[in-house]
Design a protein around this ligand. Structure first.
Ligand code: NAP
Length: 250
């Protein structure tokens, strides 16, 4: 049920953090992985690590706020593998921390271009191949911020809640084509994105007291759920939200 041999998966923002852990988990299950992000140095590091493990990986530069950039990734994948089976929409951004009333138009534009519009554009372009094959899995990485607002991250919280609705809309519209669309909502996970929460011991110790399992998650803690949602094991599950947070929002 969890075998992904002959499957092709695109992972946006897959060069590090949660995206990389997901990409490697899918590759371990046999998938061809196409990892994209903005910076070639991150991609090259990821490629080198994956190649050492014997994974089937391609890397491509892509900024998910740009439709043409996404289109190049999709075209490359179709040219090389003739199909797309799995899309992991994971690349997200947050350029602003502070009260929402002080946020600028530019913050809203950047956050929504990457966190929502980029997810939609990727899903739309990949779904063409999935509809043709009457088979596909789309996993949209949201956050516990979609359920409970995280302080100082107002616009980001709203974008992550929008991801949940994007998932539901796509799930209903694509169900007839045997495409399952689900949301994966990580809790506090140790990555560069969340560095401010764990690089200082005092702040980290305060944070972990709020997590029932007594620690922040590692990117690998999220990857098992992504494998489940990418595999045949989840064939009758669509439009749902799966939280991976060590009990934080329980
Ligand atoms: P991360 O370690 O900073 O990794 C982010 C990845 O996205 C990198 O590969 C980055 O590579 C890429 N990226 C960023 N902006 C991009 C863009 N515009 N276009 C293409 N790629 C882009 O972050 P993370 O913590 O793994 O976050 C991954 C996802 O998990 C995000 O959706 C985030 O909202 C969600 N999440 C994280 C946490 C947490 O605690 N860490 C909690 C809940 C949800 P480049 O710099 O090379 O582009």
């Amino acid at each position: 049920m969890f075998n992904l041999e002959d499957k092709t998966a695109i992972i946006s923002g897959g060069s590090k953090g949660i995206g990389k852990a997901i990409a490697f988990k899918l590759a371990e299950a046999g998938a061809n992985i196409i990892v994209c992000s903005r910076k070639i140095e991150n991609l090259q590091d990821c490629f080198d690590e994956a190649s050492k493990k014997g994974y089937k990986i391609d890397i491509l530069e892509c900024n998910t706020s740009n439709k043409e950039s996404i289109s190049k990734v999709v075209d490359f994948t179709i040219d090389k593998f003739s199909k797309i089976d799995i899309l992991i929409n994971n690349a997200a951004t947050n350029p602003y921390y502070g009260p929402i009333l002080d946020s600028k138009d530019s913050h809203w534009d950047k956050i929504f271009d990457v966190n929502i519009k980029g997810y939609f554009d990727f899903a739309k372009m990949c779904s063409r191949s999935m509809i043709k094959n009457k088979s596909g899995k789309i996993i949209n990485v949201s956050s516990i911020a979609a359920k409970t607002p995280l302080e100082g991250l107002g616009v980001y919280n709203i974008s992550k809640a929008a991801v949940v609705m994007l998932t539901k809309v796509l799930a209903k519209e694509l169900a007839k084509d045997n495409i399952q669309v689900n949301t994966l909502a990580p809790g506090l996970i140790k990555t560069d994105f969340s560095k401010a929460l764990w690089e200082n011991d005092e702040i980290y110790n305060k944070i972990v007291k709020t997590i029932p399992q007594g620690r922040m998650g590692e990117p690998e803690d999220v990857s098992g759920m992504a494998l489940y949602l990418s595999s045949d094991a989840s064939d009758f599950i669509t439009g749902s939200l799966f939280t991976v947070d060590g009990g934080l929002t329980t």
